[in-house]
Design a protein around this ligand. Structure first.
Ligand SMILES: Cc1cc2nc3c(=O)[nH]c(=O)nc-3n(C[C@H](O)[C@H](O)[C@H](O)COP(=O)(O)OP(=O)(O)OC[C@H]3O[C@@H](n4cnc5c(N)ncnc54)[C@H](O)[C@@H]3O)c2cc1C
Length: 363
């Protein structure tokens, strides 16, 4: 009897929306970054999940670009940085690490206002011609938009601790004819856009227009309905409209109401509100960004900054030279804390990826 033919896994070029559904959407490891909808005209969001509107048997862009189908960090780092990450680089490959602060931080800035100041400086210096930022509505629903003026960038300052399909707004930026698009977002969104930019694809649909990626630190993100119903209303008796600011500081998740009162709970107790698709994520510091910004490691009112690429380094130095930012050394204690959290997130990823049966993502 002839030997049973071995089943061959399809290569990513042979995979399409069916495989995306099977591998990412149905097991709920989708991070809702918005990449599949942004780059495939046959996909749209319906009831909070990507849906195919028109089948094309030859198209596999969604599968190729999704950060949850496959992500080979070694390969991407090789292309982006020209080398692999060393074992002691818990924060990813970087050039400079510092604490920084915007000289004129936006009133609603989360920490040092550095993410906003970098984007404004990039716009004013011509490095980018627009920035995709994530603002919010009155009820704290995140709203990604294409900002073309410093005022529009400033109006989106501040952290919205809920999932946003922000990459989708890159489509609008391309459709409006922008040639040098800046983007700020969470590690999963940055992974997706870097994958789009670096994957060797025969198709040309504007990926070269992605000119700057400002990444945020992120331990986890939250589901809008769970957070607002469970925590804001259920636990604190507030409505989203009552909230002036959300923050995570010193192990506490804090909701500050418009009267200035802080309502808080331990971050470990917020697990039930976290977004399920954050499970298979190892990346605390947006390791594939041009420049990363976070709060851990720096004093209140300052941001921790890591420059990673030529573009990130040029932008950060130019913003310092122009007086848009000031910097100081990051303390050893602060750096050690950031490294510890990054290592914890990578460990959590290993456990979660087994539990959620995730394959194809390697760091
Ligand atoms: C979901 C989330 C979780 C985070 N968790 C941590 C953490 O665990 N530890 C840590 O040190 N830092 C974390 N950060 C980063 C931190 O909250 C600040 O964003 C960062 O320190 C930059 O501060 P800033 O004052 O320089 O930014 P700002 O000048 O206030 O600018 C913030 C920028 O973030 C963008 N943004 C806001 N919300 C979102 C969102 N949901 N999706 C995409 N983009 C968004 C806005 O477009 C804005 O441009 C998190 C950020 C997010 C969005």
């Amino acid at each position: 009897m002839a030997a049973k033919e071995k089943y061959a896994e399809p290569t990513f070029l042979e995979c399409g929306f069916g495989e995306l559904e099977h591998k990412v959407i149905n097991p709920e490891i989708c991070c809702h970054c918005g990449t599949c909808e942004a780059f495939c005209p046959r996909i749209e969001q319906k009831e909070n999940r990507p849906r195919l509107t028109d089948y094309d048997p030859l198209c596999g862009l969604c599968f190729a670009y999704c950060p949850r189908t496959f992500l080979d960090m070694g390969e991407i780092e090789g292309k982006l940085f020209g080398r692999a990450r060393a074992e002691d680089e818990a924060l990813g490959i970087s050039r400079k690490t510092a604490a920084a602060q915007a000289k004129a931080a936006a009133a609603c800035a989360q920490d040092g206002g550095v993410a906003t100041a970098l984007l404004v400086h990039a716009l004013e210096s011509g490095m980018i011609d627009c920035a995709v930022v994530t603002g919010r509505d009155e009820e704290w629903r995140p709203t990604a938009r294409v900002a073309t003026t410093p005022e529009e960038i400033v109006s989106a300052a501040g952290t919205k601790y809920t999932i946003s399909n922000s990459v989708f707004a890159v489509k609008e930026a391309m459709e409006r004819g922008f040639e040098k698009i800046g983007f700020v977002g969470t590690p999963c969104q940055i992974q997706a856009l870097r994958k789009v930019q670096l994957l060797e694809e025969p198709y040309e649909f504007g990926q070269k227009k992605i000119a700057l990626l400002v990444g945020l630190f992120c331990m986890e993100n939250f589901d809008y309905d769970l957070l607002m119903e469970g925590l804001v209303k259920g636990r604190f008796g507030l409505t989203p409209k009552d909230v002036a600011r959300f923050e995570i500081k010193k192990g506490m998740f804090r909701v500050i109401d418009k009267g200035g009162k802080a309502h808080e709970m331990k971050i470990e107790e917020t697990e039930m509100y976290t977004f399920k698709g954050c499970g298979p994520c190892f990346d605390f510091t947006s390791e594939l960004a041009d420049v990363s910004v976070g709060s851990v490691g720096s004093p209140d009112g300052w941001s921790t900054v890591l420059t990673r690429t030529d573009i990130g380094e040029r932008l950060y130095s130019s913003a310092l030279a122009a007086g848009a930012l000031q910097e100081k050394a990051i303390s050893e204690k602060g750096l050690a804390l950031a490294k510890r959290l990054a290592t914890n997130k990578a460990k959590r990823f290993l456990d979660k990826s087994k539990e959620m049966n995730v394959s194809g993502i390697s760091r």
